[in-house]
Structure formats: structure tokens, C-alpha cells
Design a protein around this ligand. Structure first.
Ligand code: SF4
Length: 380
């Protein structure tokens, strides 16, 4: 079979296995990405979650010798949750970003890519392949852009004409020289909605992201949340997708092609108070299958405490005092103290003062001071 026939068969097969969009790109060096990554490194804009050196991230033949092409696939995910439970005054809820609503996409896309790799190898005996989803060296977005899946928006997402930016991306490098697709034209024009909506100024003009200011990244860190970002998080406990929600290309888009990506409302929008006392086992059972659990329960609990503070949820004060007093993790004790101060009841302040007498960790003590500071803050 020649490569053009195989290319068409791959496209047909990808539809059969539930791939929403597929594109082909050359495996040439990603030269402009290389420059951008170097600049990002110099400016300190990286998240720290990146894999591989700049060379590995931009030179596909370092990952698969004799790489000739890269297949990019996209699977669309829902943007609206059916039967979303209400967050009430007595029972406040957090929210995971849309990309973490269903079964972990890494797993789903990897299965599709494995099928595509097997298909190619079956039809071409000397074909070799290497696949990756999100955590690989290659930039899913740079590949998707080159393969004509979508254009790269100012919010740094790949925006497809069919599904907006609510797509998961993955890719497969191969030594088979497929004819490449043509990249799409930039579609942002003079729009700046995402830049204007980003509450932390993480989007730098020209499609650059300062990950150190991006709430999607910061919600995944395990240390104390820097003070500046705490009031900006609202009830997001994992990820942050406001820059996608405001994008005109996403306005009418809500795709439900994959049962795996349907959100379980009680998981995607969980009650906050029970998050504070969830055991490791319960956490694994309840959240272990979604992408948002990959950093364990600590960042989610820290974010849940901040969300309770944001809501000034007086019904959570007892639970938060218990956490501030008994939790072995300083980040959790300290964040509880800060958020109790935010809630600002007499009981909360009294509890912080009492706990402060016994606290020995300097970072937690500093958070307690900040929490007590809200007693006299005119803006709290
Ligand atoms: Fe582009 Fe506007 Fe969408 Fe931002 S909101 S990605 S500027 S179209």
C-alpha cells in the first residue's frame, strides 16, 4: 500500500475508533517554538511540569530516529454539565476545570493512539511509531497547529473551527512520510477577550503564557498559594478555564461525543467541606480516575480551603478549625488559618489565636498572622 492510500485509510479508521479530528504534519524541527521556549526559560515563564530539554521538545527525530511525520489527533469534550448540582449557602461546592471533568484523557487518547500505531504497523511492516499525550516531550499544541487541527489562539489554546478549544490533543511520530496538512489561518484578529478576562495577567500579548501567573498551573502546585492569587481563584479547585470560556469560538460549542468524558456532577463539582476530611482511600475511589487527581489530594484540599474562605462560608468554620489544629501538613494548617481569617467570625479569630499558641511552624505562624490581620482589614 502506498503512503497516500494508507493516509486515507488512517483517516477513515480514526473516525471508526472515535477520533474527532486528525491531521498530518511534517516532523521538521519546530524552529519558532524553539525560540519561544528559550525566551520563556529566560523570562522564567515555565511551569516546571515540562518534560525534556528544549532540543527534545522541538526536534522530533531526537524522540524517534528517522521521524518523517507526526499525526495529531483531537477529541472534543463537553463544555456544559447536565444536572449540575447547585452550590448553596449551607453546602458550597468547588469546581474542576472542564478538561478534568471526565475520565482522565491521557488514558483515553493513549488508547486511540495505540490503535492508530497498530493500524499503521499492520499496513506497513517497516513503520515505526512513538506516541505521546500531554506529558511527552513534544508540544501537543505546536503539532496540532502544524497539522491543521486548529490555530493557536491568544489564550495559547488550539482553536478548532468545529469544537472550539475544548479538545484534548495527542500525537504520534512515525517514520512514514505522509503528505502534511496545511496549517489554518490565525482567527483571533483584533479580539482580546481572553487577555482582558485573565485575572492574573498570565497571557502575554502574542500568545505567550507566563505559567507562573496562570491559575490553571497554580492550582496544581503543592506549596502555599502566593497571596496575590488567592482572591482570584473563586471556587476553582483544579485548573482554570476562563480564558477559554470567554472565547467567541467556544460560545456555541458543547460536544458530547464520548461517554468517557461526560462529567459526574458530584465529582466535577464536589461539596467543599467533605474534601477537607477525605481519606486517601476515599480520594482514590472518588477522584482517582480524573486528570485532576494527578497531584494527589493536597493541592485540592488547599484550594478547597481557599474557596471556603472566598465564600466566607460560616458553616465550614468548625471543620476548618479542626484542620488548622490537627492536620499534619503545614500548607493545609496555614491555609485553613488564612481562610478562617477571611471568613472573619469571632469564633474563627478566637480559634486562630488559640492555635497560634501551640503552633511551631514558621510558615503556618505567618499565615495565622495574616488571618488575624483580616480582623482590622477594611477590605475583607
Ligand atoms: Fe483569540 Fe479572542 Fe479567543 Fe482570545 S478570546 S483566543 S483573542 S478569539
Amino acid at each position: 500500500m502506498n503512503t497516500n492510500q494508507l493516509r486515507q485509510e488512517i483517516i477513515d479508521y480514526s473516525k471508526e475508533i472515535g477520533v474527532d479530528k486528525i491531521g498530518f504534519a511534517s516532523a521538521d524541527v519546530f524552529a519558532s517554538l524553539k525560540d519561544r521556549l528559550k525566551r520563556q526559560q529566560e523570562l522564567g515563564y515555565q511551569s516546571g511540569f515540562e518534560k525534556g530539554s528544549v532540543a527534545e521538545r522541538t526536534e522530533p527525530d531526537r524522540l524517534l530516529p528517522e521521524a518523517k511525520s507526526i499525526l495529531s489527533i483531537a477529541l472534543a469534550y463537553p463544555s456544559r454539565m447536565k444536572d449540575a448540582p447547585k452550590s448553596t449557602r449551607d453546602e458550597r461546592r468547588g469546581i474542576f476545570c472542564r478538561a478534568s471533568w471526565g475520565v482522565d484523557y491521557h488514558k483515553v487518547l493513549k488508547e486511540k493512539l495505540e490503535k492508530l500505531a497498530a493500524f499503521i504497523e499492520e499496513h506497513m511492516s517497516d513503520a515505526r511509531t512513538k506516541l505521546m499525550v500531554d506529558t511527552g516531550e513534544l508540544s501537543d499544541r505546536a503539532v496540532a497547529e502544524r497539522a491543521g487541527i486548529g490555530f493557536s489562539g491568544k489564550n495559547t489554546s488550539i482553536i478548532t473551527p468545529e469544537f472550539g478549544s475544548y479538545v484534548y490533543l495527542g500525537e504520534l511520530i512515525t517514520n512514514v512520510p505522509f503528505v502534511p496538512d496545511t496549517p489554518l489561518e490565525d482567527g483571533c484578529g483584533s479580539c482580546t477577550k481572553c487577555l482582558d478576562a485573565c485575572p492574573t495577567g498570565a497571557l502575554v500579548q502574542g500568545g505567550q503564557l507566563n505559567a507562573q501567573r496562570c491559575l490553571a498551573f497554580l492550582t496544581q502546585t503543592k506549596d502555599f498559594m502566593p497571596d496575590e492569587f488567592r482572591p482570584k481563584m473563586g471556587n476553582f479547585i483544579y485548573g482554570f478555564d476562563t480564558c477559554q470560556a470567554v472565547c467567541p469560538y467556544n460560545k456555541q460549542v458543547d460536544v458530547h461525543n464520548h461517554p468517557e468524558f461526560e462529567p459526574e456532577p458530584e465529582v466535577a463539582k464536589p461539596k467543599l467541606k467533605p474534601m477537607l476530611r477525605i481519606s486517601n482511600r476515599e480520594f482514590k475511589e472518588r477522584f482517582g480516575h480524573i486528570a485532576g487527581s494527578w497531584r494527589g489530594k493536597k493541592p485540592l484540599q488547599r484550594n478547597a480551603l481557599l474557596a471556603l474562605g472566598h465564600y466566607k462560608d460560616t458553616t465550614a468554620v468548625d471543620d476548618m478549625i479542626a484542620v488548622m489544629t490537627n492536620d499534619p501538613r503545614p500548607v493545609i494548617r496555614g491555609t485553613a488559618a488564612w481562610s478562617l481569617g477571611k471568613i472573619g467570625t469571632d469564633e474563627a479569630f478566637a480559634a486562630i489565636r488559640k492555635a497560634k499558641d501551640k503552633e511551631t511552624d514558621d510558615d503556618v505562624l505567618a499565615e495565622m498572622e495574616k488571618g488575624l490581620g483580616f480582623a482590622t482589614s477594611p477590605t475583607n
